[in-house]
Design a binder for this molecule. Sequence first.
Ligand code: ATP
Ligand code: MG
Length: 246
Amino acid sequence: MHTIPESHPRYRSLITREKLVKGFKDGIVAPQGLIAHGRGEAFDYILGEKTHDFALKSEKAAVLLLSRAKNPVISVNGNTTALVPGELVKLSKLLNAPLEVNLFHWSRERVEKIASLLRSFGAEVLAEGDAVLEGLESARRIVNKRGTYIADVVLVPLEDGDRCEILKKHGKKVITIDLNPLSRTSQMADITIVDNITRAIPNMIKTAEELKNGPNEYKEFEFDNNQNLRSAIQLICEYLTSKVLD
Ligand code: ATP
Ligand code: MG
């Protein structure tokens, strides 16, 4: 990794890029994943690169839904693994939701590399690819009998719109993490977390820990995804307007 001085104004963003570049060199991140991250970064910039109230709310709703699920699963790809491997494992354990490797740019080698990195953090990882999600042509159709195939709630960070649609058709509740509130995935999911995955997963860990210690606070939780998405788009508008007026 390049050494990036902590004083650099874009320190966090640059460290994140370094993680992805390392992931790419290690065969975990697909080249297309680097492009997808660029799109995410652009949206993060116009969100002010922080977790807003609407994001925190969706993160809480997501943890609650996952914790109440019968068969929850957390779907991971190259980017998510390169960015937050230890955090994904921690969340998986707290929620009793296995991690499942699912790739758009599929290769057996990349699946194994991702699975073994996550297993080195002590995770239960489903990577057999022994089931198929009917109705999908891309490699994202390759799932696991003990994972997405039987899951009632699926957390799919940085998901592709096509699979989100099929997951819904199969009657699953879909939670996504996507910085673009306008993407097809964001518009189609049951819960859309408009936040950077590097902030969203740590926030979800915190909520899952709080939930374990005292579930009462969460009993009356109400969540409207369309309303939440509108808040995200509105925030972007207001943020940009404030820059015009500066
Ligand atoms: P869709 O298929 O849903 O219409 P898309 O084709 O534009 O969306 P994909 O490449 O399929 O995008 O999915 C990647 C999504 O992940 C993008 O919307 C991008 O903004 C988002 N993204 C990339 N990096 C991050 C990140 N670090 N945190 C959260 N979201 C991210
Ligand atoms: Mg897509």
